[in-house]
Design a protein around this ligand. Structure first.
Ligand code: RIB
Length: 308
């Protein structure tokens, strides 16, 4: 049977080469710790989310910048093999973005990012992508790129009435909340507390309108995910696992969520897929290696439903 064509999702964001060191514990300020070796993997929040959405069968166009180094060339080939449309990926002079990541024995991490080519995703570069954003079913973006460029892309989407899904990570204190419209805001719990200035979900709900956010999704690690709109707070259970590596779990969540939401799936159901996929992604090292395909998430959801 012919597959129904999937809606096109525009994803704007970063691409990094991740250099990952495994350590017993994460270094405290001023502390030096030893690692057994270093692994080199594809990463960056934008590309991780694009790959996660593509593995759910979504048609994804990634807007971003790679360096003109061998890493940039390899990365483009890798994303093409994953079925991501790379026609809006610019190659710029200099090095591809790099992330230095430490992962401890419990799978927790610390990350330092060198923007590299991602810094070339400037406002003019985003304006060149106006038509691409305007025809998309949804725009998904994060904040690991210049802030003005992210805000500009949101304005373009707002003007074109393209719903915006913002994963506001890493959190930026200078984001102009209330000046642009966001359909779905995805944050983890510490980020939500920072943005809303409160640890109380009832207050998050009351403050949504002032920030021009329609829905807030707050992930809480191993605990249920909260889905909050102006009139309701729903909990979607987490999928229990013992993680090996949580790098990129939030990116898998955002990419898988957006793939299902773009198909017209109800927000809580799309979060159920995203929760399960994000948990599954932590069972393998690296930001992309553990990202599950649609059929594997479906099987896991079915097994969980039968066991309930
Ligand atoms: O969210 C995980 C990602 O953050 C890593 O792949 C790393 O590149 C950093 O951008």
């Amino acid at each position: 049977m012919a597959r129904i064509p999937q809606p096109n999702i525009a994803i704007l964001g970063s691409l990094n080469i991740d250099l990952i060191a495994r350590v017993d514990h994460l270094p405290a300020r001023g502390e030096t710790v030893s690692a057994s070796g270093v692994e080199k993997r594809f990463g960056g929040k934008g590309a991780n989310q694009a790959l996660a959405a593509a593995r759910q069968g979504a048609q994804v166009t990634l807007i971003g910048c790679l360096g003109d180094d061998p890493d940039g060339r390899d990365y483009r080939n890798h994303l093409r093999r994953e079925g991501v449309n790379c026609s809006s990926l610019n190659t710029v002079r200099g090095g591809t973005g790099t992330a230095f990541i430490s992962v401890d024995a419990l799978g927790e991490n610390q990350i330092v990012v060198v923007l590299g080519a991602n810094a070339a995703l400037t406002e003019p570069a985003v304006k060149m992508q106006r038509a691409r954003i305007a025809v998309a079913k949804l725009l998904l973006l994060q904040l690991e790129i210049p802030l003005e460029s992210a805000v500009d892309a949101i304005r373009i989407a707002n003007e074109a009435r393209v719903p915006v899904i913002l994963n506001a990570s890493p959190i930026r204190a200078d984001f102009p909340w209330g000046e642009v419209t966001i359909d779905v805001l995805i944050l983890n719990e510490p980020e939500t507390i920072a943005v809303f200035g409160s640890a109380d979900p009832e207050e998050w709900k009351e403050r949504l309108s002032g920030k021009r956010v329609h829905h807030l999704i707050t992930t809480r690690g191993g605990r249920s995910t909260l889905v909050i709109s102006k009139t309701s707070i729903h909990e979607v259970p987490a999928h229990p696992v013992t993680p090996v590596d949580t790098v990129g779990a939030g990116d898998t969540f955002a990419g898988v969520f957006v793939a299902h939401y773009a198909e017209g799936t109800a927000i809580e159901e799309a979060v159920r897929w995203a929760n399960t996929a994000a948990a599954m992604s932590t069972l393998k090292p690296g930001g992309q290696e553990g990202v599950p395909r649609r059929g594997d998430v479906q099987s896991t959801l079915t097994i969980a439903a039968n066991a309930a």
